[in-house]
Design a protein around this ligand. Structure first.
Ligand SMILES: NC(=O)c1ccc[n+]([C@@H]2O[C@H](COP(=O)([O-])OP(=O)(O)OC[C@H]3O[C@@H](n4cnc5c(N)ncnc54)[C@H](O)[C@@H]3O)[C@@H](O)[C@H]2O)c1
Length: 330
């Protein structure tokens, strides 16, 4: 079987491509390279272009009639940019996704997996969420994901396509074989900031120490990107059982089931690197939230999946990837 991966030259999509390939599923990549990297598509069936480009999508299906499913990872993902340019974000993430699905329907694609995000959830009182928790996106980016989910569910209700939305928590790490990883030199998530602080020998700013968490710092559910990719392979294998009747859609959270605070992340980071990074307490950043982690019962039950990597390996793989990234990305 072949799988079309839109956004397959990006961080998560390229990892999914490797996991599919290792499992004997041939990935076909469609990516505009707006943020993705040509190097991540090297050696693969690769189409450079936009998901909204109908003739291109037609050509991909004509040249690969054995594509059995589509994984849609193509999106713009920077929250502050989405606040500054909501029109651009709704166009990129919602309008183009709608066009893409129309192209897929025309090409009789029946299996569709959508990269959704934990950022669509409202904050729960006990800091945990599951798939039934209230949806309350806090940024234009997060809202584009919630809108897409709802739009795809409406389409799946009456059109011959079934949709599985996978809500990712906080992906970190890299392909354990170091084929791909985060393409950015300066990631803005907490682990990225710790790595920069370590490189520069400066303290790491703990932004927000008065959240209602066990140590006052923000809490996240850091999931290894390879585990995320493995969940997609599991979803492809079980798709027809999971979404048996036509007219169905489903959502599944993908996280570890464990919350890690910023201080805990820093302690673990310091157990992996040398010299350690000092912490410096600082005020909350506007827009930041206490955070949440997921209950993973549904992923276990429906996908027979659970994460294989803990936080130590996730950090180790991120650090290892950062040390070779400039050689891999010319
Ligand atoms: N990274 C995270 O923390 C995170 C968390 C939850 C969900 N997600 C979702 O996972 C998906 C992948 O994210 P990522 O971290 O790999 O980001 P990324 O920027 O590395 O990958 C996105 C890829 O999509 C491509 N792309 C964007 N718009 C396109 C278009 N119109 N046509 C063709 N290609 C296009 C980009 O070039 C890039 O290769 C996104 O949908 C994102 O919303 C990411």
């Amino acid at each position: 079987m072949k799988v079309l991966i839109a956004g397959g030259a990006g961080y998560i999509g390229s990892t999914i491509a490797s996991a599919c390939s290792d499992a004997g599923i041939i990935p076909v990549i469609l990516d505009s390279l707006v943020t993705g990297r040509r190097e991540f598509a090297a050696g693969r069936e690769f189409y450079e272009g936009d998901i909204a480009d109908g003739p291109l999508v037609n050509r991909i299906f004509a040249e690969h009639p054995d594509i059995g499913a589509v994984i849609h990872c193509a999106a713009l993902i920077v929250v502050p940019d989405s606040v500054a340019d909501p029109v651009g974000y709704y166009r990129a993430n919602v309008v183009k996704s709608l066009e893409f699905v129309a192209h897929l329907l025309r090409n009789r694609c029946e299996r569709f997996i959508f990269s959704s995000s934990a950022s669509i959830y409202g904050a729960g009182a006990d800091l945990t969420v599951d798939e039934n928790s209230p949806i309350d996106p806090q940024s234009p980016y997060a809202r584009t994901k919630a809108v897409c989910e709802a739009m795809f569910a409406d389409i799946a209700a009456t059109q011959p396509i079934r949709v599985l939305s996978l809500r990712y928590f906080n992906p970190i790490g890299a392909d354990p074989k170091m084929r791909t990883g985060l393409q950015l030199a300066k990631p803005t998530h907490a682990l990225g900031k710790m790595m920069q602080a370590q490189e520069q020998g400066t303290p790491f700013q703990v932004t927000g120490t008065d959240y209602p968490t066990r140590d006052g710092t923000g809490i996240r559910d850091y999931v290894h990107v390879w585990d995320l990719a493995a969940a997609h392979v599991a979803a492809l294998g079980r798709f027809d059982t999971l979404l048996a009747p036509a007219g169905t859609s489903a959502v599944i959270n993908l996280g570890t089931g464990t919350g890690t605070t910023v201080r805990e992340l820093l302690d673990t980071f310091n157990s992996v690197v040398s010299p350690p990074v000092q912490a410096q307490d600082a005020a909350r950043r506007p827009g930041d939230i206490a955070g949440a982690y997921t209950r993973i019962d549904r992923a276990k039950r429906l996908l027979d999946w659970q994460p294989q990597y803990g936080i130590v390996e996730s950090i180790r793989h991120s650090v290892e990837w950062a040390s070779i990234r400039d050689q891999v990305l010319s």
